[in-house]
Design a protein around this ligand. Structure first.
Ligand SMILES: [Mn+2]
Length: 355
């Protein structure tokens, strides 16, 4: 079995050599590509066997108080059912399931202030969750968070930022999403808190959610990158500016410049002067064609391969502190395929390679 694989790899290496010779013969010049991104043949990259085994803890946050469409509270189950733990272990990682953070049930609570519904309950959940994240990182384990709606990110990022703050280090943030989630109670048209977590993280409000561990902002704007947006409220545009975030890659940027360029630039920004970066992946970034089961589907999203490529490059850089997948909604999914894709993308982010 092993010999067969070796033989296949050898054969493939020979083909690559031949291809390289042909390319040279045709004098294809590639010097305009930065040296950093040139190592592009599969056979030039480290093989599967060389994945650095990580300890990973899965933490579910079945929160659906942040939005009006119900069902994302079942997201953690759907992703577990799709085989998350076993499939990450098959890559060589050591995975433990830390269970779910306790979340209030919408039916038993009042929404409260219509400009930020269930803010009290969401803040309580995110605070508990943030404490779990700190403990996880203290144990030398990488947190893999399963939402729930995107408001869980306020807890995740608070925890990661707090852990590194105690060592006088800062973190970067890669926010991958169809939306920018940077409304405040003052600007939100719906009052749904899942549209506010980035505002909380950046210190624009709501104050309760932004002040977990009593500091704000959690991430500096120069280390914050938004990728994949295609549905931004007018008021959010102003909030992005107010927050001081300058690196926003819309779907148009991905179309025009390609996923590889965009993600390489984003990772450089998030990684500059930081201990690493948290990756917050809203599944609605991906086109509904491939990810129909999400909280708020918007057409015109990333393709299946673009999504994988982004995760693969993140793994190549090796600087991800923590990872999170949110907004999987099995109620409107088709045979759990969005959760299955979420698991696939987690595998790519944690080092799975095609060859
Ligand atoms: Mn989102």
């Amino acid at each position: 079995m092993e010999n067969q694989t070796d033989a296949k790899i050898e054969l493939r290496a020979k083909q690559v050599e031949t291809d390289a010779a042909i390319t040279k013969g045709n004098a294809v010049v590639t010097t305009d590509v930065p040296a950093q991104v040139q190592k592009k043949r599969a056979t030039d990259r480290p093989a599967i066997a060389s994945i650095a085994a990580k300890k990973i803890r899965v933490i579910g946050v079945p929160l659906d108080l942040g939005q009006s469409r119900r069902g994302v509270d079942m997201g953690p189950s759907a992703v577990r059912v799709a085989g998350l733990e076993a499939r990450l272990e098959a890559l060589g990682h050591i995975v433990e399931d830390g269970g779910n953070i306790t979340v209030a049930l919408a039916e038993t609570k009042k929404a409260g202030d219509p400009s930020a519904k269930y803010l009290k309950e969401i803040t309580a959940t995110c605070t508990k969750h943030a404490e779990q994240i700190v403990k996880t990182l203290e144990a030398g384990v990488v947190p893999l968070v399963l939402g729930g709606d995107h408001s869980v990110a306020a807890g995740t990022v608070s925890g990661v930022a707090e852990f590194y703050r105690r060592q006088e280090k800062k973190i970067g943030l890669i926010w991958i999403d169809a939306h920018s989630d940077i409304n405040t109670p003052e600007t939100s048209p719906s009052g749904n808190v899942h549209g506010m977590p980035l505002a909380a993280i950046m210190g624009l409000g709501p104050a309760e959610l932004g002040n977990i561990f009593n500091f704000s902002p959690k991430v500096l704007p120069e280390n914050t990158v938004i990728i994949g947006v295609r549905d931004i409220d007018q008021t959010e545009k102003e909030n992005i500016r107010r927050a001081g975030i300058t690196e926003v890659y819309t779907m148009r940027d991905i179309d025009e410049r390609g996923m590889r360029t965009v993600i390489e630039e984003a990772l450089r920004t998030a990684g500059r002067g930081t201990a690493g970066y948290h990756v917050s992946l809203d599944m609605d970034w991906i086109d509904p064609e491939d990810a129909p089961g999400v909280g708020t589907p918007v057409r015109g999203g990333a393709t299946y391969r673009e999504a994988h490529l982004a995760m693969e490059i993140i793994a190549d850089h090796g600087r991800m502190t923590s990872f999170e997948i949110v907004e999987v909604n099995p109620v409107i999914d088709e045979h759990n395929r969005t959760a299955d894709l979420a698991v696939e993308l987690a595998m790519s982010a944690f080092g799975k390679k095609i060859l």
